[in-house]
Ligand binder design. Structure first.
Ligand SMILES: Cc1ncc(COP(=O)(O)O)c(C=O)c1O
Length: 387
Protein backbone atom coordinates (compact mmCIF):
# COMPACT_ATOMS: atom_id res chain seq x y z
CA UNK A 1 0.00 0.00 0.00
CA UNK A 2 1.26 3.49 -0.90
CA UNK A 3 2.28 5.56 2.15
CA UNK A 4 0.11 8.67 2.26
CA UNK A 5 1.76 12.05 1.58
CA UNK A 6 2.95 13.86 4.69
CA UNK A 7 0.75 16.72 5.90
CA UNK A 8 2.96 19.75 6.50
CA UNK A 9 2.27 22.10 9.40
CA UNK A 10 1.74 24.90 6.91
CA UNK A 11 1.72 25.59 3.21
CA UNK A 12 1.39 29.12 1.80
CA UNK A 13 -1.57 29.66 -0.54
CA UNK A 14 0.05 31.30 -3.57
CA UNK A 15 -1.86 31.21 -6.85
CA UNK A 16 -1.34 32.29 -10.45
CA UNK A 17 -2.58 35.82 -9.69
CA UNK A 18 0.12 36.35 -7.06
CA UNK A 19 2.76 35.02 -9.44
CA UNK A 20 1.58 37.30 -12.27
CA UNK A 21 1.54 40.29 -9.94
CA UNK A 22 5.13 39.69 -8.80
CA UNK A 23 6.31 39.14 -12.39
CA UNK A 24 4.64 42.39 -13.46
CA UNK A 25 6.48 44.24 -10.71
CA UNK A 26 9.79 42.58 -11.59
CA UNK A 27 9.28 43.68 -15.20
CA UNK A 28 8.33 47.21 -14.20
CA UNK A 29 11.91 48.07 -13.33
CA UNK A 30 10.97 49.37 -9.85
CA UNK A 31 11.69 46.81 -7.12
CA UNK A 32 11.96 48.59 -3.78
CA UNK A 33 9.29 50.64 -1.96
CA UNK A 34 7.27 52.51 -4.58
CA UNK A 35 3.87 52.40 -6.26
CA UNK A 36 2.97 48.82 -5.26
CA UNK A 37 3.70 49.58 -1.59
CA UNK A 38 1.51 52.69 -1.77
CA UNK A 39 -1.24 50.62 -3.40
CA UNK A 40 -0.93 47.90 -0.73
CA UNK A 41 -1.03 50.45 2.11
CA UNK A 42 -4.13 52.18 0.70
CA UNK A 43 -5.95 48.87 0.16
CA UNK A 44 -4.99 47.60 3.63
CA UNK A 45 -6.14 50.81 5.36
CA UNK A 46 -9.44 50.66 3.46
CA UNK A 47 -9.94 46.98 4.36
CA UNK A 48 -9.23 47.47 8.06
CA UNK A 49 -11.18 50.74 8.12
CA UNK A 50 -8.38 52.81 9.58
CA UNK A 51 -6.85 56.14 8.55
CA UNK A 52 -3.20 55.08 8.14
CA UNK A 53 -1.36 51.90 7.18
CA UNK A 54 2.44 51.87 6.92
CA UNK A 55 4.02 48.87 5.19
CA UNK A 56 7.16 47.49 6.85
CA UNK A 57 9.40 44.47 6.40
CA UNK A 58 8.05 42.61 9.48
CA UNK A 59 5.66 42.80 12.41
CA UNK A 60 8.75 42.99 14.61
CA UNK A 61 9.66 46.25 12.85
CA UNK A 62 6.08 47.50 13.29
CA UNK A 63 6.11 46.75 17.04
CA UNK A 64 9.55 48.34 17.45
CA UNK A 65 8.54 51.52 15.61
CA UNK A 66 5.20 51.70 17.45
CA UNK A 67 6.98 51.75 20.80
CA UNK A 68 9.59 54.19 19.43
CA UNK A 69 6.78 56.51 18.29
CA UNK A 70 5.36 56.41 21.82
CA UNK A 71 8.75 57.56 23.12
CA UNK A 72 9.48 54.35 25.07
CA UNK A 73 13.04 54.51 26.36
CA UNK A 74 15.44 53.37 29.03
CA UNK A 75 13.79 53.02 32.46
CA UNK A 76 10.31 52.52 30.99
CA UNK A 77 8.20 49.37 31.20
CA UNK A 78 5.91 47.74 28.65
CA UNK A 79 3.40 45.04 29.65
CA UNK A 80 3.65 41.98 27.38
CA UNK A 81 2.05 38.52 27.70
CA UNK A 82 4.42 35.70 28.53
CA UNK A 83 2.41 33.51 26.11
CA UNK A 84 3.83 35.00 22.92
CA UNK A 85 6.67 34.89 20.43
CA UNK A 86 10.13 36.37 21.00
CA UNK A 87 9.34 39.44 18.88
CA UNK A 88 6.69 40.95 21.19
CA UNK A 89 9.10 41.45 24.08
CA UNK A 90 12.46 41.82 22.34
CA UNK A 91 11.37 45.12 20.75
CA UNK A 92 10.92 46.55 24.25
CA UNK A 93 14.56 45.74 25.01
CA UNK A 94 15.69 47.35 21.70
CA UNK A 95 14.66 50.65 23.29
CA UNK A 96 16.38 49.91 26.59
CA UNK A 97 13.05 49.43 28.37
CA UNK A 98 11.85 46.48 30.46
CA UNK A 99 9.28 43.95 29.22
CA UNK A 100 6.98 43.20 32.16
CA UNK A 101 5.50 39.78 31.52
CA UNK A 102 1.96 38.82 32.56
CA UNK A 103 -0.06 35.60 32.66
CA UNK A 104 -3.07 34.82 30.46
CA UNK A 105 -6.62 33.52 30.58
CA UNK A 106 -6.44 29.75 31.16
CA UNK A 107 -8.82 29.00 28.24
CA UNK A 108 -8.22 31.65 25.58
CA UNK A 109 -4.50 32.06 26.44
CA UNK A 110 -4.89 35.82 25.81
CA UNK A 111 -4.26 38.50 28.42
CA UNK A 112 -7.11 40.00 30.43
CA UNK A 113 -7.40 43.36 32.22
CA UNK A 114 -7.10 41.39 35.48
CA UNK A 115 -3.68 40.07 34.39
CA UNK A 116 -2.50 43.53 33.36
CA UNK A 117 -3.74 45.69 36.24
CA UNK A 118 -1.41 44.40 39.00
CA UNK A 119 1.60 44.84 36.67
CA UNK A 120 1.00 48.56 36.04
CA UNK A 121 3.51 50.94 37.65
CA UNK A 122 4.25 54.65 37.13
CA UNK A 123 6.86 53.52 34.58
CA UNK A 124 4.37 51.61 32.37
CA UNK A 125 4.47 53.27 28.94
CA UNK A 126 2.44 50.78 26.89
CA UNK A 127 0.35 47.61 27.07
CA UNK A 128 0.76 45.04 24.29
CA UNK A 129 -2.13 42.58 23.95
CA UNK A 130 -1.35 39.65 21.62
CA UNK A 131 -4.35 38.23 19.74
CA UNK A 132 -3.17 34.67 20.21
CA UNK A 133 -3.72 32.42 17.21
CA UNK A 134 -6.08 34.97 15.67
CA UNK A 135 -8.47 35.04 18.66
CA UNK A 136 -8.95 38.60 19.95
CA UNK A 137 -8.13 39.56 23.52
CA UNK A 138 -10.93 40.99 25.63
CA UNK A 139 -10.19 44.46 24.31
CA UNK A 140 -12.98 46.35 26.08
CA UNK A 141 -11.53 45.43 29.47
CA UNK A 142 -7.96 46.21 28.42
CA UNK A 143 -8.83 49.50 26.66
CA UNK A 144 -10.91 50.67 29.61
CA UNK A 145 -8.10 49.97 32.06
CA UNK A 146 -5.51 51.55 29.76
CA UNK A 147 -7.48 54.71 29.05
CA UNK A 148 -8.30 55.19 32.73
CA UNK A 149 -4.53 55.21 33.39
CA UNK A 150 -3.60 57.15 30.22
CA UNK A 151 -1.50 54.24 28.92
CA UNK A 152 -1.46 53.57 25.15
CA UNK A 153 -2.25 50.10 23.80
CA UNK A 154 -0.15 48.62 20.98
CA UNK A 155 -1.79 45.46 19.60
CA UNK A 156 0.39 42.61 18.42
CA UNK A 157 -1.92 41.38 15.67
CA UNK A 158 0.68 39.18 13.97
CA UNK A 159 -1.95 36.38 13.97
CA UNK A 160 -5.10 38.44 13.70
CA UNK A 161 -5.94 39.28 10.09
CA UNK A 162 -8.88 39.31 9.69
CA UNK A 163 -10.19 39.26 13.26
CA UNK A 164 -13.11 41.23 14.64
CA UNK A 165 -13.96 41.81 18.27
CA UNK A 166 -17.55 42.85 19.11
CA UNK A 167 -17.92 44.05 15.52
CA UNK A 168 -14.69 46.09 15.55
CA UNK A 169 -11.83 45.03 13.32
CA UNK A 170 -8.49 44.32 15.03
CA UNK A 171 -6.28 47.16 13.76
CA UNK A 172 -8.75 49.90 14.71
CA UNK A 173 -8.76 49.64 18.51
CA UNK A 174 -5.31 50.28 19.99
CA UNK A 175 -3.17 53.40 19.43
CA UNK A 176 -1.21 51.34 16.91
CA UNK A 177 -1.49 47.74 15.65
CA UNK A 178 1.19 45.50 14.12
CA UNK A 179 0.35 42.82 11.52
CA UNK A 180 2.72 40.13 10.19
CA UNK A 181 3.00 38.85 6.63
CA UNK A 182 5.59 36.18 7.48
CA UNK A 183 5.49 33.02 5.34
CA UNK A 184 3.09 31.11 7.64
CA UNK A 185 0.69 33.98 8.35
CA UNK A 186 -2.87 34.47 7.14
CA UNK A 187 -1.66 36.90 4.48
CA UNK A 188 1.91 36.49 3.31
CA UNK A 189 4.47 38.53 1.44
CA UNK A 190 7.26 36.05 2.38
CA UNK A 191 8.45 38.51 5.02
CA UNK A 192 6.54 41.70 5.76
CA UNK A 193 4.36 43.63 8.13
CA UNK A 194 1.96 46.56 8.44
CA UNK A 195 1.35 49.15 11.13
CA UNK A 196 -2.12 50.67 11.35
CA UNK A 197 -3.15 53.75 13.31
CA UNK A 198 -5.80 56.43 13.34
CA UNK A 199 -3.22 59.03 14.44
CA UNK A 200 -1.34 60.89 11.69
CA UNK A 201 1.50 61.81 14.07
CA UNK A 202 2.25 58.16 14.82
CA UNK A 203 2.00 57.26 11.13
CA UNK A 204 4.40 60.07 10.17
CA UNK A 205 6.90 59.12 12.85
CA UNK A 206 6.80 55.42 11.91
CA UNK A 207 7.21 56.27 8.22
CA UNK A 208 10.18 58.52 8.96
CA UNK A 209 11.93 56.00 11.21
CA UNK A 210 11.27 53.11 8.81
CA UNK A 211 13.71 54.54 6.26
CA UNK A 212 16.83 55.95 7.94
CA UNK A 213 14.99 58.94 9.39
CA UNK A 214 15.39 60.73 6.08
CA UNK A 215 12.91 63.25 4.84
CA UNK A 216 12.17 61.65 1.43
CA UNK A 217 11.83 58.02 0.39
CA UNK A 218 13.71 56.75 -2.69
CA UNK A 219 10.48 56.91 -4.69
CA UNK A 220 10.42 60.65 -4.10
CA UNK A 221 14.08 61.01 -4.98
CA UNK A 222 14.73 58.83 -8.00
CA UNK A 223 11.65 59.41 -10.12
CA UNK A 224 11.19 62.11 -12.76
CA UNK A 225 9.05 64.23 -10.41
CA UNK A 226 11.46 63.75 -7.50
CA UNK A 227 14.47 65.70 -6.28
CA UNK A 228 17.84 64.34 -5.14
CA UNK A 229 17.78 66.45 -1.97
CA UNK A 230 16.98 64.98 1.44
CA UNK A 231 17.56 65.70 5.12
CA UNK A 232 18.43 63.20 7.85
CA UNK A 233 16.10 64.13 10.70
CA UNK A 234 16.74 61.16 13.02
CA UNK A 235 18.95 58.07 13.10
CA UNK A 236 16.26 55.76 11.71
CA UNK A 237 16.12 52.10 10.69
CA UNK A 238 15.88 50.14 7.42
CA UNK A 239 12.44 48.60 7.79
CA UNK A 240 10.72 49.35 4.46
CA UNK A 241 8.74 46.75 2.50
CA UNK A 242 9.74 46.16 -1.14
CA UNK A 243 7.42 46.55 -4.13
CA UNK A 244 8.11 42.89 -4.97
CA UNK A 245 6.66 41.85 -1.60
CA UNK A 246 3.78 44.35 -1.88
CA UNK A 247 2.89 42.88 -5.29
CA UNK A 248 2.17 39.62 -3.45
CA UNK A 249 0.37 41.46 -0.66
CA UNK A 250 -2.15 43.31 -2.84
CA UNK A 251 -3.37 40.03 -4.35
CA UNK A 252 -3.35 38.17 -1.02
CA UNK A 253 -5.39 40.97 0.56
CA UNK A 254 -8.12 40.56 -2.09
CA UNK A 255 -8.31 36.87 -1.09
CA UNK A 256 -7.93 37.32 2.67
CA UNK A 257 -11.54 36.50 3.57
CA UNK A 258 -11.77 33.59 1.16
CA UNK A 259 -8.56 32.15 2.70
CA UNK A 260 -9.96 32.70 6.21
CA UNK A 261 -13.21 30.95 5.27
CA UNK A 262 -11.20 27.92 4.19
CA UNK A 263 -9.23 27.92 7.43
CA UNK A 264 -12.51 28.20 9.31
CA UNK A 265 -13.77 25.07 7.52
CA UNK A 266 -10.65 23.21 8.72
CA UNK A 267 -11.29 24.43 12.28
CA UNK A 268 -14.93 23.32 12.11
CA UNK A 269 -13.94 19.86 10.87
CA UNK A 270 -11.48 19.52 13.79
CA UNK A 271 -14.12 20.81 16.24
CA UNK A 272 -16.63 18.22 15.12
CA UNK A 273 -14.14 15.36 15.11
CA UNK A 274 -12.58 16.08 18.50
CA UNK A 275 -15.84 16.92 20.29
CA UNK A 276 -16.04 13.25 21.30
CA UNK A 277 -12.54 13.16 22.78
CA UNK A 278 -12.74 14.48 26.36
CA UNK A 279 -8.94 14.21 26.60
CA UNK A 280 -8.55 17.05 24.07
CA UNK A 281 -9.21 20.69 24.96
CA UNK A 282 -10.20 22.69 21.87
CA UNK A 283 -9.30 26.32 21.12
CA UNK A 284 -11.45 28.93 22.87
CA UNK A 285 -14.24 30.65 21.04
CA UNK A 286 -16.83 33.30 21.83
CA UNK A 287 -19.65 35.06 20.05
CA UNK A 288 -17.63 38.30 20.62
CA UNK A 289 -14.83 37.18 18.31
CA UNK A 290 -14.77 36.51 14.60
CA UNK A 291 -11.60 34.40 14.53
CA UNK A 292 -8.79 34.63 11.93
CA UNK A 293 -7.91 30.95 12.58
CA UNK A 294 -4.19 31.47 12.09
CA UNK A 295 -3.62 28.62 14.56
CA UNK A 296 -5.59 25.62 15.80
CA UNK A 297 -3.92 24.83 19.14
CA UNK A 298 -5.27 21.84 21.05
CA UNK A 299 -4.30 20.88 24.59
CA UNK A 300 -3.94 17.34 25.88
CA UNK A 301 -5.41 16.51 29.30
CA UNK A 302 -2.51 14.88 31.08
CA UNK A 303 -4.81 13.78 33.90
CA UNK A 304 -6.63 11.54 31.38
CA UNK A 305 -3.75 10.40 29.18
CA UNK A 306 -0.67 8.21 29.55
CA UNK A 307 0.98 9.82 26.53
CA UNK A 308 2.67 13.18 27.08
CA UNK A 309 2.65 16.17 24.73
CA UNK A 310 6.23 15.71 23.49
CA UNK A 311 5.65 12.01 22.79
CA UNK A 312 2.39 12.82 20.98
CA UNK A 313 4.24 15.30 18.74
CA UNK A 314 6.91 12.68 17.98
CA UNK A 315 4.23 10.11 17.19
CA UNK A 316 2.42 12.56 14.87
CA UNK A 317 5.74 13.32 13.17
CA UNK A 318 6.40 9.61 12.67
CA UNK A 319 2.96 9.36 11.04
CA UNK A 320 3.74 12.28 8.70
CA UNK A 321 1.80 15.05 10.46
CA UNK A 322 3.60 18.38 10.95
CA UNK A 323 2.82 20.27 14.15
CA UNK A 324 4.24 23.12 16.22
CA UNK A 325 3.94 24.57 19.73
CA UNK A 326 2.73 28.12 20.30
CA UNK A 327 4.44 29.11 22.49
CA UNK A 328 7.21 28.29 24.92
CA UNK A 329 6.24 31.14 27.28
CA UNK A 330 8.85 33.88 27.39
CA UNK A 331 9.49 33.53 31.13
CA UNK A 332 10.79 29.98 30.57
CA UNK A 333 13.58 31.10 28.22
CA UNK A 334 17.16 31.56 29.48
CA UNK A 335 17.34 35.25 28.53
CA UNK A 336 14.23 36.26 30.47
CA UNK A 337 15.17 34.07 33.42
CA UNK A 338 18.71 35.36 33.72
CA UNK A 339 18.18 39.06 32.92
CA UNK A 340 14.78 39.65 34.50
CA UNK A 341 14.77 36.88 37.12
CA UNK A 342 11.60 35.09 36.01
CA UNK A 343 11.08 31.57 37.39
CA UNK A 344 9.86 28.71 35.15
CA UNK A 345 6.62 28.20 37.11
CA UNK A 346 5.93 31.88 37.63
CA UNK A 347 2.82 32.31 35.46
CA UNK A 348 0.64 29.29 36.25
CA UNK A 349 -1.88 29.52 33.38
CA UNK A 350 0.75 29.95 30.66
CA UNK A 351 3.09 27.41 32.26
CA UNK A 352 0.34 24.79 32.55
CA UNK A 353 -0.92 25.39 29.01
CA UNK A 354 2.59 25.11 27.58
CA UNK A 355 3.05 21.53 28.75
CA UNK A 356 -0.02 20.36 26.85
CA UNK A 357 -0.19 22.53 23.69
CA UNK A 358 0.04 21.21 20.13
CA UNK A 359 -0.76 23.40 17.10
CA UNK A 360 -2.29 21.29 14.32
CA UNK A 361 -1.98 22.03 10.59
CA UNK A 362 -4.48 24.66 9.38
CA UNK A 363 -4.11 26.41 6.03
CA UNK A 364 -6.40 27.35 3.15
CA UNK A 365 -5.16 24.72 0.69
CA UNK A 366 -5.65 21.75 3.06
CA UNK A 367 -7.42 18.94 1.22
CA UNK A 368 -10.21 16.86 2.77
CA UNK A 369 -7.79 13.94 2.76
CA UNK A 370 -5.20 15.91 4.70
CA UNK A 371 -7.79 17.12 7.25
CA UNK A 372 -9.11 13.58 7.70
CA UNK A 373 -5.61 12.20 8.15
CA UNK A 374 -4.85 14.71 10.91
CA UNK A 375 -8.16 13.85 12.59
CA UNK A 376 -7.51 10.12 12.26
CA UNK A 377 -3.93 10.22 13.59
CA UNK A 378 -4.70 12.58 16.50
CA UNK A 379 -7.75 10.52 17.51
CA UNK A 380 -5.84 7.26 17.26
CA UNK A 381 -2.94 8.54 19.37
CA UNK A 382 -5.34 9.93 22.00
CA UNK A 383 -7.49 6.79 22.15
CA UNK A 384 -4.47 4.49 22.42
CA UNK A 385 -2.93 6.82 25.03
CA UNK A 386 -5.96 6.80 27.36
CA UNK A 387 -5.34 6.04 31.03
C1 LIG B 1 2.77 36.86 18.29
C2 LIG B 1 3.80 37.28 17.29
N1 LIG B 1 4.23 38.55 17.27
C3 LIG B 1 5.14 38.99 16.38
C4 LIG B 1 5.68 38.15 15.44
C5 LIG B 1 6.72 38.66 14.52
O1 LIG B 1 6.30 38.71 13.17
P1 LIG B 1 7.36 38.95 12.03
O2 LIG B 1 8.01 37.65 11.71
O3 LIG B 1 6.55 39.49 10.88
O4 LIG B 1 8.33 39.96 12.53
C6 LIG B 1 5.26 36.81 15.41
C7 LIG B 1 5.83 35.90 14.41
O5 LIG B 1 5.58 34.73 14.34
C8 LIG B 1 4.31 36.37 16.35
O6 LIG B 1 3.88 35.08 16.37
Amino acid sequence: MKTPDPVPFHRADIGEEEIASVVETLQSGWLTSGPRVREFEAAFAAYIGVEHAVALNSATAALHLALEALGVRSGDEVIVPTMTFAASAEVVTYLGARPVLVDCDPDALTIRASDVEPAITPRTKAIMPVHYGGYACDMDGILELASARGIPVVDDAAHALPTTYRGRRVGTMGAMTAFSFYATKTLTTGEGGMLTTADARYADRVRLMSLHGISRAAWNRYTAEGSWKYDILEPGYKYNLTDVAAALGVVQLRRVEQMRDRRRCVAQAYDRAFADLPEVILPARSSDVDHAWHLYPIRLRHDMLRIGRDAAIEELKARGIGTSVHFIPLHMHPYYRSIFGYAPDEFPNASAAFTSLISLPIYPGMTHDAINRVIHEVSDIVIKGRK
